[in-house]
Write a protein that binds this ligand. Structure first.
Ligand code: SF4
Ligand code: SF4
Length: 132
């Protein structure tokens, strides 16, 4: 069944967006998962070395993203998500966004987006070679 669905996506839905990733910047993944992310060691090192205290202020003691810098309460939504005029979504910290966002925010819950449809990461890795 999943094989058939994969073939259907390749032939009918693939939109070939950003760098052939199939992302068309709807922002649903950031809205759904942007509040349950975790910073990697590399993220913390990069932000420390580049003096991004503004970002580190949003990181919890155990690396959770994102906390309100004042109250230290967990935010339910990523504070760096921005909507453009054409309703596409932009990441305000794209150049240094967390590693999990470079993969895809949905990978925090083991899902990979294919043109707005979420699949288990294992399914994506098995089928991705034929999708680009
Ligand atoms: S939900 Fe999918 S298509 Fe939309 S922004 Fe996220 S990765 Fe891109
Ligand atoms: S940091 Fe950027 S990519 Fe990550 S959840 Fe926020 S807006 Fe999305």
């Amino acid at each position: 069944m999943l094989e058939l669905l994969g073939t259907f996506l390749k032939e009918k839905l693939w939109r070939g967006g950003d760098a052939g990733s199939g992302c068309y910047a709807c922002g649903r993944c950031c809205e759904a998962f942007g509040g349950i992310l975790h910073a990697s060691e590399r993220d913390l090192k990069r932000w420390q070395e580049s003096g991004r205290k503004d970002l580190l202020a949003y990181v919890g003691e155990t690396g959770w993203l994102w906390l309100d810098p004042e109250s230290k309460e967990r935010l339910h939504r990523c504070p760096f998500l921005q909507r453009s005029d054409d309703e596409r979504v932009l990441c305000a910290i794209h150049e240094t966004k967390p590693d999990i966002c470079r993969a895809y925010p949905s990978e925090a819950v083991g899902r990979q987006c294919v043109s707005g449809v979420y699949f288990p990461v294992s399914f994506w890795k098995k089928n991705r070679s034929g999708l680009n």
